[in-house]
Design a protein around this ligand. Structure first.
Ligand SMILES: [Zn+2]
Length: 303
């Protein structure tokens, strides 16, 4: 499993604010999609982690009918990849809040963003929260365009998030609903895409902005070890972020919603936080049987 990539000169950490960036070409013969995936790190720490798998089709924390008004019903989806219409047709449960954790388009084409926004507008949820994924090209104001995948060069819509008129778009900011704090951020450690953020110092800085009193954390990337394994030609790659896991374990949000690794759809708990990989598309963006994931969270205020 170990390829010695850690000794490669270009595996040194870079920062978004500095010019130094990884060069995936350097790792071309490994066939890894994420040259810095943290398989070995997870092997070192996994024994100390609690991971209880839960049925993703069963609503989490469902109150009794008598207590229903005291709770927000939150419906989670992610990675719909220009197929929200199909998922809508299949059935998206009603709720107070709908969360989409990124990758609603494939390359950020403005017509596709508008189409997504239009369908979003037809859904009944009172509040819709959207966080961008690595496929929302043009959404990242500080993306290093020269590092993009060749197939993505020239694609995307600058500030495309402005077209999301039917949603609250969260990028390193939060929304409070009935006293419940939802914080969203798109940073992820997969090179060559918007919102790429290098593991280590740069990621630690990005995640340090998550408020300690966050109740529901929404990211596109999973944390390390929790429904984060992508299988490439190289083998299983842990795409999750160790620094994100560290912060989640420290601040203990009640829920952490993400997507990104389509084939790892599901729910796990570590006793403090429910981890939700809400990816709707399966591998290669196919529509299968991943259904929206529903949870309830108690309101802290009336409005
Ligand atoms: Zn995706």
């Amino acid at each position: 499993m170990t390829t010695g990539y850690r000794s490669c000169a270009c595996s040194s950490q870079s920062t978004r604010s500095q010019e130094k960036s990884p060069n995936p070409q350097c790792h071309a013969n490994t066939s890894r999609i994420d040259p810095y995936c943290e398989n070995e790190t997870w092997e070192c720490i996994k024994e100390s982690k609690v991971q209880k798998a839960l049925d993703p089709l069963k609503p989490i924390n469902e109150p009794t009918p008598a207590d229903r008004d005291k709770f927000l019903k939150v419906v989670c989806i992610s990675d719909t990849h220009e197929q929200l219409d199909k998922f809508k047709e299949r059935g998206i449960p009603d709720g107070d809040i709908l969360i989409h954790a990124g990758d609603f388009v494939n390359q950020g084409n403005s017509e596709k963003i508008e189409q997504f926004n239009q369908i979003l507008g037809t859904l009944p949820h009172r509040t819709k929260i959207v966080v961008a994924g690595n496929h929302e090209l043009g959404f990242d104001p500080i993306e290093k365009i020269e590092m993009r995948n060749l197939s993505d060069v020239g694609q995307g819509t600058k500030d495309g998030y402005k077209l999301l008129t039917n949603a609250h778009y969260l990028q390193e900011n939060f929304l409070v609903v009935n006293g419940v704090k939802f914080y969203g951020a798109s940073n992820h450690p997969l090179p060559s895409y918007p919102f790429y953020t290098a593991r280590g110092q740069e990621m630690q800085y990005a995640w340090s902005k998550i408020p300690a009193n966050t109740d529901v954390l929404i990211t596109h990337t999973p944390p390390l070890g929790y429904m984060d394994t992508f299988t490439s030609n190289w083998g299983p790659e842990r795409w999750g972020c160790k620094d994100l896991l560290t912060v989640v374990e420290r601040i203990k949000p009640k829920f952490h919603v993400f997507g990104h690794v389509h084939e790892q759809y599901g729910v796990q708990s570590n006793g403090n936080t429910y981890f939700i990989n809400a990816a709707q598309c399966e591998k290669n963006n196919t529509v299968g049987n991943h259904m929206p994931i529903v949870f309830y969270i108690e309101k802290k205020s009336k409005e």
